[in-house]
Design a protein around this ligand. Structure first.
Ligand code: SAM
Length: 279
């Protein structure tokens, strides 16, 4: 197997530092450095870019990001057992890797990075979805980051890129596609990880748009979409009851039939409805 750097193989690093995978931390490690370099490349050209990596673990993806030329990587890892392994990577790439031993849900280190900024992560499912929603809903747009390159369970990745009418279509698709170009760039079988998870995984690349795809107030759009999909099997005239006076007229003005269900309404019409509701 070709090498991407002069550091030891990941399985040796894990054995030497005693980083036995913990289920509670969602630890399914990538051991193939060619694969981690491929994921790093999926984030685009990293030269001259600061990267925020969440959940570096023993550092496979971190090494990929540095080998692919990231100017600076800031890695947030909750498990302190990983710190000595990450310290060795830092020594091999002097001045380019900083590690924060913290829970990524409790810190927001984006302000410490210099634009252009990319976010890259292979995270446990729950944490990943929660962070994705936070990154997609900052106070101001465009956000501090240029792109997100994130590993998810394949089923979640499909929810992010789904279109109206697809089974996986819902709040996550609308949130992501309103302000980013989102696509699946890589699908991985369970055997790519150690230990292997039960399901397939996929890497999603989301590139921030300069302005949202269609005008709408973010808070109103989020409220409309959340209500619509809370009861996704109901007709919208029922699911959105209480949202606004004259609901049926407003639905029709947004080119939505009151008898339509949320899963058939595309992003453009949800944005039109949010504008009419906000008036
Ligand atoms: N990036 C490594 C790789 O690709 O092999 C590890 C991926 S493993 C799926 C997820 C990593 O996220 C683990 O190292 C775990 O300790 C870390 N982690 C889990 N929850 C976290 C949290 N809330 N904040 C920061 N790191 C977390």
């Amino acid at each position: 197997m070709s090498r991407i750097d002069s550091l030891p193989p990941l399985k040796d690093v894990i054995a030497r530092h005693g980083i036995a995978a913990k289920k509670a931390l969602g630890q399914n490690f990538l051991l193939d450095l060619n694969l981690t370099a491929r994921i790093a490349r999926a984030a685009g050209d990293l030269t001259g870019t600061d990267v925020l990596e969440v959940g570096p673990g023993p550092g496979g993806l971190t090494r990929g990001l540095l080998a692919e030329g990231a100017r600076q990587v800031l890695a947030i890892e909750k498990d302190s057992r990983c710190l000595p392994a990450l310290e060795e990577i830092s020594e091999a790439y002097p001045g380019r890797l900083s590690v924060l031993n913290a829970d990524a849900l409790e810190v927001d280190p984006l302000a410490h990075l210099v634009p252009p900024i990319k976010i890259v992560a292979n995270l446990p499912y729950n944490v990943g979805t929660e962070l994705l929603v936070r990154w997609l809903t900052p106070r101001e747009w465009p956000p501090a980051w240029e792109s997100l390159t994130l590993m998810f369970q394949k089923e979640v990745a499909e929810r992010i890129v789904a279109k109206a009418g697809d089974k996986a279509y819902g709040r996550l698709a609308l949130l992501a596609q309103w302000r980013t170009d989102a696509r699946i760039v890589l699908t991985l079988p369970p055997e790519a990880f150690s230990p292997p998870p039960k399901v397939h995984s996929a890497v999603v690349h989301l590139k921030a748009l300069e302005t949202p795809r269609f005008p709408a107030d973010a808070k109103v759009l989020e409220r409309v979409v959340a209500m619509a999909f809370n009861q996704r099997r109901k007709m919208l005239r029922a699911a959105l009851k209480g949202l606004t006076p004259d609901l049926e007229d407003k639905l029709i003005a947004a080119d939505i039939k009151p008898t339509d269900r949320a899963e058939t309404v595309d992003l453009e019409r949800f944005c039109a409805l949010a504008r009419i509701v906000a008036q």
